[in-house]
Design a binder for this molecule. Structure first.
Ligand code: DON
Length: 323
């Protein structure tokens, strides 16, 4: 069980790490293609690690709210698998890494029949959002929020300003969606799929919320605090495999090779990592944990620079590499 003393010691260690890795933010920049994100304080860095007893280690700007962005892709993939069943989902989106940028369109035409390569790139995520259950985009978004709230245990909302900001600049995503519609990989009209996709990206969380999502994924869909199986083990395993192979965009290979954790990043600077029990043995979280990191200065690929360096340090210190 966590004790006051251990919590204090762990938080102190987390605070040291945050100050050690904060300077890496200078090597990145806040995402500029979404105008509202460009205004964020690029120097911020926060981390939360939550274990199966609800023991939390945290430091940095832990109350700062940020949007999920691409981290939401893991969540909607899991939800779509629950609602439609695996065969339906996998018929419409593959599970192969691309090595291309997250918003690339090139393979939709060069590989026939134009099936998106995986649900972690925009094309695949838009396809997944289009197949979610609900009669309207609002209904679909409510289901996503509800699903997340079961994991996090509090009410969440879409940041309307971020959503609007992205809606107005979403030409590339609109192109992807029209292409997907043309090749039969969209289950609803383009504008509806885009509304769901961009709203899921604009759901607001803090690092502890991210860590809770990571904890449930690490535990194969079982929520250790509410003691409920929120999604099937098989779906959780697939989600983790996709995070390892495709979760850090076209840096996923290097991330797997040198950090070795299932993780998903977003251009807001969010990183979610799921540490299964066998990887947590040398850490204060031997039964596994979820890690949430926020550092809005991202590199050219779209990953938080300070965040990736911090995660690499922790994974090395605590021998968390799943391989
Ligand atoms: O589609 C976009 O551009 C963003 N809303 C999400 C981007 C992101 O985090 C990177 N995606 N893999």
């Amino acid at each position: 069980m966590p004790t006051e003393h251990n919590n204090h010691k762990n938080n102190q260690l987390a605070a040291e790490w945050v100050e050690q890795f904060r300077p890496f933010a200078k090597e990145g920049q806040c995402a500029s293609y979404i105008p509202v994100l460009a205004e964020k304080d690029s120097n911020q860095l926060a981390i939360s690690i939550i274990g199966t007893n609800n023991d939390e280690m945290k430091a940095g700007e832990t109350t700062e709210l940020f949007t999920l962005q691409s981290v939401s892709k893991v969540v909607t993939f899991i939800l779509a698998c629950m609602e439609r069943g695996l065969p339906y989902v996998l018929e419409r989106v593959d599970v192969e890494p691309t090595g291309d940028t997250f918003n690339s369109i090139i393979r939709l035409e060069s590989h026939q029949p134009g099936k998106p390569f995986n649900p972690m790139i925009n094309a695949g995520a838009i396809t997944v959002s289009s197949m979610l259950d609900g009669n309207s985009p609002q209904e679909k978004v409510s289901k996503i929020l509800c699903f997340l709230e079961q994991m996090i245990g509090k009410k969440l909302k879409v940041n309307e300003e971020v959503y609007q900001s992205e809606w107005q600049t979403a030409n590339r995503n609109r192109s992807l969606a029209y292409y997907l519609m043309d090749s039969g990989f969209l289950d609803c009209p383009v504008e509806e799929a885009l509304e769901v996709y961009l709203k899921q990206c604009a759901i607001e969380v803090n690092v502890s919320d991210l860590a809770m999502i990571g904890l449930v994924i690490a535990n194969d869909g079982y929520h250790p605090l509410t003691k409920t199986q929120l999604f099937p083990k098989q779906v959780a395993k697939l989600a983790k495999a996709l995070m390892v192979t495709c979760g850090m965009y076209n840096a996923s290979g290097k991330f797997a090779a040198f950090i070795g954790l299932p993780a998903k990043s977003g251009v807001s600077g969010a990183i979610l990592a799921a540490v299964p029990s066998h990887a947590g043995l040398d850490s204060p979280f031997p039964a596994g944990c979820g890690i949430g990191i926020y550092g809005p200065a991202i590199d050219d690929i779209g990953n938080s620079v300070a965040g990736v360096n911090l995660l690499k340090h922790i994974a090395t210190e605590w021998n968390m590499n799943i391989f």
